[in-house]
Design a protein around this ligand. Structure first.
Ligand code: F6P
Length: 535
């Protein structure tokens, strides 16, 4: 499938991104694309017109538009679990019918949204909790998709917070729940137990600890514990009051679930009107993806740029670099979204992939990353395609100079990665300080090869609507890459084996005398732990 692209990559005329700009004065506008309020510049990559043409061919060869239609028509595109992946229904506020097995799911979706809104209004208007103590804090207990999305979005929308303060506990490490609860009042805290399966061990253990804390502090679990799940029976068996169970369907994948009840903490923090705006932002991209073709389709182009880097150029990682402090959790969120979705070795038809499908996703908010890992990005031998993100406008009108600096840094980095600084320029810069062999040695340390690819995603301001657009964009990028590579992006079998082994090991850790059942290295580690505990 990639032969033509590989051939083009080897034979291409211009090998430097800067030469591409020289050969095409319109490159910046030609190699950029907009969707709703988002603008993606991919001109600072070495994709030329032929490469783009060949990349777009992949969409027709793999029937991409049909695959997108299957998603919206509620087909069981998650073929190993025999389920649709219809999360766009959760942001389809106009109620246009969407079907699963012949049933229009929209009435249920909108009913659940209403239920969330009524509950949220009561909490925010101080009409919740027995004692009539207003709810001041909300603790969301969940992990993976039941944590990363709502935690990231809640942090991103801080300027819109006018409700209770939301906290997120995910790790089974007792430090997490203990540090979170220690400053909270059990009388004025609402606990949200968020788990699609309501069986994830981390969440269940944390939820029990939190319930004990609530009870011991005089709180009322029947009013102060809500459940968010696709398994309402398990939530009820856990003891969540039936009237406080927010249900979402099996066809919503955990890492795609923040648009529905999993997004309750976001709604509590920003209110239901702003939450609806957030959903509408995502819907902007749903409309864009289904109504825009070819190189004008932003998620398609973003996916193709990614495939170019991972499948053709062979770059194995991708750095996510939001120059937006409030998006500092975005890299972690995208790690799950991308690596749990496309970190697969087998295609839908059971055939083995011959090349890694998903880059390793990592990153940090700018400018902090500049003082940590950018050294490697600029001069290390690995090429790391970078994804810069920045808002034209900040939320702090009296700190415009901060934002001007932020933008300057963001643009400077992509420019530096592309241009580099050659030997002659570098030598000239330092020839007053050094000479002879020392000048040559110093020059080698201070020069930059450049020609390193990046894309920049620009948006007007990090509002609820634009955050919705950004997240939906990334969801589609993942789906499109998976669809072109023939992967099921909606299952995650790779996380199962470790869970099974942890369950077996728990009884050995808790009762070390039975350690004979473990193997060499693990047994040795357990012995040392036992020894250290005994001291
Ligand atoms: O890590 C595996 C996983 O199944 C994720 O896909 C999911 O988001 C997370 O665990 C939490 O699952 P649940 O919401 O069922 O507790």
């Amino acid at each position: 499938m990639f032969e033509h692209l590989h051939r083009h990559w080897h034979d291409r005329q211009f090998r430097n991104i800067t030469d591409l700009f020289e050969s095409d004065p319109n490159r910046a506008s030609e190699f950029s694309v907009t969707a709703a309020d988002l603008y993606l510049d991919y001109s600072k990559t070495d994709i030329d017109r032929t490469a783009r043409h060949l990349l777009l061919d992949l969409c027709s060869v793999t029937n991409l538009s049909d695959q997108i239609s299957l998603m919206f028509s509620g087909d069981a595109i998650n073929c190993t679990e025999n389920r649709p992946a219809l999360h766009p229904a959760l942001r389809n506020l106009n109620g246009t019918p969407l079907y699963v097995n012949g049933t229009n799911v929209m009435p249920d979706v909108l009913r659940t949204l209403k239920f969330m809104e009524q509950f949220t209004a009561k909490v925010r208007e101080n009409e919740w909790s027995d004692s009539r103590e207003p709810i001041k804090d909300v603790v969301n207990i969940g992990i993976g998709g039941s944590d990363l999305g709502p935690a990231m979005a809640t942090a991103a929308l801080a300027p819109y917070h006018d409700g209770p303060k939301c906290h997120f506990v995910s790790n089974i490490d007792g430090a997490h729940i203990s540090d979170t609860l220690k400053n909270l009042d059990p009388i004025s805290t609402l606990l949200i137990v968020s788990s699609k399966t309501f069986s994830t061990i981390e969440t269940m253990i944390n939820a029990r600890t939190a319930r004990d804390w609530l009870l011991q502090g005089g709180g009322n679990p029947a009013r102060q514990m809500v459940g968010i799940t696709s398994s309402p029976d398990r939530a009820a068996a856990f003891g969540i009051d039936a009237s406080l169970i927010f249900y979402f369907s099996e066809w919503v994948g955990g890492r795609y679930s923040l648009w529905g009840p999993t997004g309750l903490p976001i709604m509590l923090a920003i209110g239901h009107d702003a939450f609806r705006t957030f959903l509408n932002g995502a819907h902007d991209i749903d409309v864009h993806i289904s109504s825009t073709s070819g190189h004008k389709n932003l998620p398609v182009m973003m996916a193709l740029v990614s495939l170019w880097h991972s499948q053709i150029c062979g770059y194995s990682t991708r750095a996510i670099l939001p120059y937006d402090q409030r998006l500092s959790l975005l890299p972690s969120y995208l790690q799950q979204l991308e690596m749990e979705s496309n970190g697969k070795g087998v295609q839908k038809n059971g055939c083995n992939l011959t090349h890694p499908a998903c880059p390793i996703v990592w990153g940090a908010a700018g400018t902090n990353g500049q003082h940590a890992f950018y050294q490697l990005i600029h001069q290390g031998l690995q090429i790391v395609p970078c994804e810069f993100m920045v808002a034209a406008q900040a939320h702090e009108p009296d700190l415009t100079h901060h934002h001007n600096w932020l933008i300057a840094h963001c643009l400077a980095q992509s420019e530096a990665l592309m241009r580099g600084r050659d030997v002659n320029e570098t030598r000239q810069l330092i020839e007053h300080d050094f000479d002879g062999a020392e000048l040559e040695r110093q020059t080698r340390h201070r020069m930059f090869n450049g020609n390193r690819p990046s894309v920049t995603l620009l948006y007007p301001k990090l509002t609820p609507r634009i955050l919705g657009q950004i997240i939906a964009l990334y969801e589609y990028r993942v789906f499109i890459e998976g669809a072109i590579l023939g992967i099921n992006s909606f299952d995650q079998w790779g996380v199962e084996l470790g869970k099974v082994l942890a369950s077996n090991l728990y009884s050995i850790v808790a009762a070390p005398e039975s350690s004979e059942r473990t193997t060499g290295s693990t047994r040795a580690l357990l012995d040392i732990i036992r020894e250290k505990r005994a001291k």
